[in-house]
Ligand binder design. Structure first.
Ligand code: HEM
Length: 119
């Protein structure tokens, strides 16, 4: 049992160390940085809510070096989901609940596809 726990602990430590090498900090919103994953060289994937501005997106690499990134696109499915959540009141909003209600499902799909394609 002790040996199994030690082995598990070692495996976890190795997994954390390996994952840590691909985790970056993304600075694209006020106050807080977010985490991103270095998906492949030159590409960082992060959550939709981590990106609040299109310009001056800062990246802090695992070794502490800093660089910048440009937005390569947003996930169409996330935009559709956000619009649906605004529409049905699940996502808190000041104006987007009313705006989302003004579009048909097809229009939301088209808008999301357009945003997702922006480079
Ligand atoms: C085609 C038109 C629009 C689309 C597809 C759209 C989409 C979105 C999405 C996806 C979010 C969520 C962002 C996130 O949580 O990461 C958002 C938030 C927001 N948008 Fe829009 N938006 C549109 C038009 C507008 C307009 C015209 C205004 C202002 C007049 C506006 C004001 C806001 C505000 C204030 C928020 C924060 C939530 C709130 O307080 O309602 N949006 N929008």
């Amino acid at each position: 049992m002790e040996n199994e726990l030690a082995a598990l602990s070692n495996e976890l430590a190795t997994a954390v160390e390996q994952a840590g090498r691909t985790v970056v900090a993304v600075n694209a919103r006020p106050r807080f940085a977010s985490s991103g994953v270095l998906w492949r060289p030159g590409i960082v994937v992060t959550a939709e809510h981590a990106i609040r501005r299109r310009e001056e997106i800062g990246i802090t690499l695992p070794d502490g070096r800093r660089t910048t990134a440009t937005l390569a696109g947003r996930d169409a499915g996330d935009i559709v989901a956000a619009m649906e959540a605004f529409r049905n009141g699940q996502k808190p909003a000041t104006v987007m609940d009313r705006i989302a209600k003004g579009f048909t499902a097809e229009e939301v799909q088209a808008i999301a596809a357009w945003y997702a394609a922006q480079r």
